[in-house]
Unconditional design. Structure first.
Length: 245
């Protein structure tokens, strides 16, 4: 796959930039996409200088659904890998009190990413090759009182990726679902995160790169999250209602 372009959607996030760097180091040209592409240019120039790959910047808004197909068709080349790192995360109290904030969280974590990858999937299927990577969340494994709006959106995205993977099986296109768990980023700054359960952006990037290379289906960045969430899912509802998760 060396030399084939990689599209990073929502490229301004810490995870997205770490992922871009990991693919660039392996020799992949990059297409960085975000609402404000000008904000990406300095990092794009740095990556190009350090790795010798071509890095281009593109205007992309996941919530402008009418522009998704023109956006994909405007890229200099159809990528071989598309990584969707689009997402927002309000606290649950904000989402409960502010319908506009809740709407943004739901659309940014489900509607926009799903529809974008759906468009890319159609292009990949027509070509007969490609890998789609969606960054979802362990929060989507079961609705919890502490973040059920965000979690519901991620649950929807996880289900979408699963269905897309099933649809594209045998057609040369693979779909990877990534569930990072806690990650130390600007989005989680100020939160009291347990060190043993918290990944660095670079660890998520390494997991994504490895999953693309080995065609993994579902990846928990720290494997312990698979067992934690299995336990949480297994709790009977009567017991689960008594927790403060």
């Amino acid at each position: 796959m060396t030399g084939r372009p990689v599209l990073i959607l929502g490229a301004r996030s810490d995870i997205a930039m770490a992922t871009a760097r990991r693919f660039a180091q392996a020799g992949h040209p990059l297409q960085l996409a975000a609402r404000d592409p000008a904000a990406l240019r300095s990092e794009a120039e740095r990556l190009a200088a350090e790795t010798g790959v071509t890095v281009t910047c593109h205007a992309y808004d996941a919530l402008a659904t009418e522009a998704l197909e023109p956006f994909i068709d405007s890229l200099p080349d159809l990528p071989e890998v598309a990584v969707c790192a689009v997402g927002t995360m309000n606290d649950q109290a904000t989402n409960r009190a502010d319908l506009a904030a809740a709407t943004r969280d739901i659309r940014s974590n489900f509607e926009g990413p799903a529809l974008t990858l759906g468009v890319v999937a159609n292009r990949f299927e027509a070509r007969g090759s490609g890998t789609l990577v969606g960054i979802s969340s362990v929060a989507g494994d079961r609705g919890r009182a502490s973040n059920y709006v965000y979690g519901a959106a991620k649950a929807g995205f996880t289900a979408f990726l699963s269905g897309l993977r099933n649809r594209l099986a045998g057609k040369g296109v693979h779909v990877v679902t990534v569930k990072p768990g806690f990650v130390a980023t600007k989005m989680t700054e100020g939160m009291d995160l347990p060190a043993r359960l918290t990944a660095a952006p670079g660890q998520v990037a390494d997991a994504i790169f490895a999953a693309v290379e080995t065609r993994r289906n579902v990846v928990y960045t720290k494997p312990v999250w698979r067992w934690i969430m299995a336990l949480i899912r297994a709790l009977p509802e009567a017991v689960f209602k008594k927790t403060d998760l």
